[in-house]
Design a protein. Structure first.
Ligand SMILES: Cc1cc2nc3c(=O)[nH]c(=O)nc-3n(C[C@H](O)[C@H](O)[C@H](O)COP(=O)(O)OP(=O)(O)OC[C@H]3O[C@@H](n4cnc5c(N)ncnc54)[C@H](O)[C@@H]3O)c2cc1C
Length: 589
């Protein structure tokens, strides 16, 4: 991997030479990520992105990953009162957590932007993906800071914007403020219409009173939250989006009181608290009097941030998928059973290949979605983004949980023990299916994107484009199965269109799963064609074929039980990212 002292991307990964995942450069040992960057990052920015990710991969695979284990055992604590009994609601972080926060601030997207470098959204997603592999809780802080920064930049009243934005974009860690968003109340997180926090106008300003039940990054300097102005409509229409800085305009503490920190299953590096707003000074980020203007409505502005956060959570899940595979591949290359290395055993080979295929499928949909973030003004891209966000979150979050659980099993009994790397990943991964919308809510959001935006049309067009591009003969059998699944999807969409609302909701998960897997398969197929064109290798084609065989070809007479042994024969190049000759692919799926 070293050419004249310079780290470069590996040609083929040999897990048997690695003692552990921590200590590796997690960018250079992940050729799929490099290929995705080749696809989506403009040529003139590619080398700079390569240098940046090489540095970031070293940090995430090294110090940040090591510290994450320490932070997990020494989570943030709340010092609510000072020695005089004053409520100071202070969160005390372990020094290792501060060191990681500093690295993220100075070397992550904010640091890059401050050094005058461009950070395309796809590169931002690569940052998230790598960081999530080491410490997914820390991604929560960075993601929310980015979201609040965008809201303040666009919507904060003059004066407030000038006071708050420089901290959210600070060139130095010492002056930096994190962002947070507090929406969930005791009465409900999915059903925000039940929010009871009240906003009262006092002179030209506003104060908030009420409580919030789940507040991650609770010690952030800038909080975005929802409250109902006195006399406003009930339900969602009456909610206004407010900014609540931790410090008042006069520099004194604002009325944000942390009642306690949650004792969480995982993601311990980020403090999640319950808070009271008591006469908290607040500034509207949406028009409190314009319930009829839908764009300016509080919830809609908050939701514009939530879509970005949901994509972030999908990417966090993807990160845990990748960490789970990487740990598993190294373990299986060292551990023996029945006189063989684990990775020589047929069932283990299939397990590892299945993990690779799942990662590359979610990676395809997540980075495609990230590439659409800035495609404003293009209606078709907007609608595609609209549906790809929940489809990514559905499979990315669940995939993190599934692969983390799988990795625990690959490690056997050791996997269940906290001093091995897999147990924390499993605890952390569970959060992603809940954060930013539970899985049911995400499935309903897929339906909403179809009913309100006809977003499925944009999705089907994108799938058709990927199918049309796949012209290599080695792809033909795989392409046929995807085309058949696309026809099934069209029937499902038509059925949902005429079904009663309760029946439609009943099938939302099945429909979301089919559409997500179909989108992943089509994007994988496109990537397989691109790889054949650029290098002549059919490795991606083999991965796509396995994905399709596993997920879409369910109607196969013996449900996949046949003479096909491609998983065994192609195990090494698939899991080690080495080239495959197209002629060795089986002729069917
Ligand atoms: C570690 C952690 C950190 C968090 N941090 C934050 C934060 O910083 N800010 C914040 O605002 N929130 C935060 N949350 C809250 C999170 O967003 C909510 O927990 C989540 O949105 C679900 O809301 P709820 O807990 O009220 O569950 P409920 O809304 O009560 O849902 C309970 C169950 O009912 C299901 N359900 C609800 N409605 C429907 C429906 N229409 N159809 C079918 N099923 C339905 C849900 O899928 C779920 O399974 C955090 C949560 C966790 C676990």
């Amino acid at each position: 991997m070293t050419t004249e002292g310079k780290m470069t991307r590996a040609e083929s990964i040999d897990y048997s030479t690695m003692d552990a995942a921590i200590g590796q450069n997690w960018y250079l040992t992940d050729p799929n990520l490099g290929t995705v960057m080749d696809k989506y990052i403009a040529k003139d920015e590619r080398q700079s992105a390569e240098d940046t990710l090489t540095r970031w991969g070293e940090l995430c695979g090294g110090p940040i990953a090591s510290r994450a284990e320490v932070i997990d055992r020494n989570p943030p604590r709340l010092d609510r009162y000072d020695e005089w009994g004053n409520d100071v609601s202070t969160i005390v972080h372990h020094p290792e957590a501060i060191a990681t926060k500093r690295d993220i601030w100075e070397e992550g997207p904010i640091g890059l932007a401050n050094s005058g470098r461009k950070v395309p959204t796809v590169l931002g997603s690569a940052f998230t993906y790598l960081l999530s592999q080491s410490d997914t809780g820390m991604v929560c802080s960075t993601g929310m800071t980015g979201g609040v920064e965008a809201l303040v930049d666009k919507f904060a009243p003059p004066g407030v914007r000038e006071r708050v934005l420089p901290h959210l974009q600070s060139p130095t860690f010492a002056d930096s403020w994190d962002g947070a968003m507090f929406m969930t109340e005791l009465r409900g997180g999915s059903d925000l219409a039940s929010s009871e926090t009240i906003a009262t106008q006092v002179g030209d300003g506003w104060i908030l009173n009420g409580d919030k039940w789940f507040c991650s990054n609770v010690d952030a300097g800038a909080i975005a939250t929802l409250a109902r102005p006195e006399g406003a409509d009930a339900g969602l229409r009456g909610l206004t989006l407010f900014l609540v800085p931790a410090l008042k305009s006069d520099g004194s503490r604002n009325g944000v009181h942390i009642k306690r920190l949650k004792d969480k299953l995982g993601t311990k590096s980020v403090p999640t608290g319950e808070i009271d707003f008591v006469d908290a000074e607040a500034f509207p980020l949406s028009n409190p009097k314009s319930a009829s203007d839908s764009e300016a409505r509080g919830l809609n502005r908050m939701m514009s941030m939530v879509n970005g956060s949901r994509l972030g959570v999908a990417t966090m899940g993807l990160g845990i998928m990748r960490r789970s595979f990487f740990e598993s591949a190294i373990y299986a290359a060292h551990r023996t059973a029945f006189g063989k290395r684990l990775d020589e055993l047929p069932l283990m080979r299939e397990t590892l290949v299945r993990m690779v295929a799942a990662i590359e499928g979610v990676s395809a949909i997540v980075f495609e979605t990230a590439s659409l973030v800035s495609a404003t003004g293009d209606e078709s891209a907007r609608r595609l983004y609209r549906i790809l966000v929940p489809l990514s979150k559905l499979r990315g979050a669940r995939g993190g949980l599934e692969l983390a659980s799988q990795a625990v099993e690959v490690f056997g009994g050791n996997g269940y023990i906290e001093n091995w790397p897999t147990a924390r990943q499993l605890r952390d991964a569970q959060c992603h299916t809940i954060w930013e919308g539970t899985e049911n809510i995400i499935c309903l959001d897929v339906l909403r994107s179809m009913v309100k935006d006809s977003a499925h049309d944009a999705l089907l067009d994108r799938i058709d484009a990927a199918l049309d591009a796949a012209t290599h003969p080695a792809l033909a059998p795989t392409k046929d199965v995807i085309a058949e699944a696309r026809r099934d999807a069209q029937e499902v969409i038509a059925f949902l269109g005429r079904a009663d609302d309760d029946v439609r909701q009943l099938h939302a998960r099945r429909a979301g799963t089919l559409l997500s897997d179909l989108a992943q398969a089509a994007l994988l197929l496109e990537a397989a064609q691109e790889e054949l064109d650029s290098t002549g290798s059919a490795r991606k084609a083999a991965v796509t074929r396995f994905f399709v065989r596993d997920r879409l070809a369910a109607g196969h007479p013996l449900r996949g039980i046949d003479e096909d042994r491609s998983v065994l024969d192609l195990f090494e190049p698939i899991t080690r990212y080495a080239p495959i000759d197209p002629n060795v692919l089986p002729s069917g799926v």
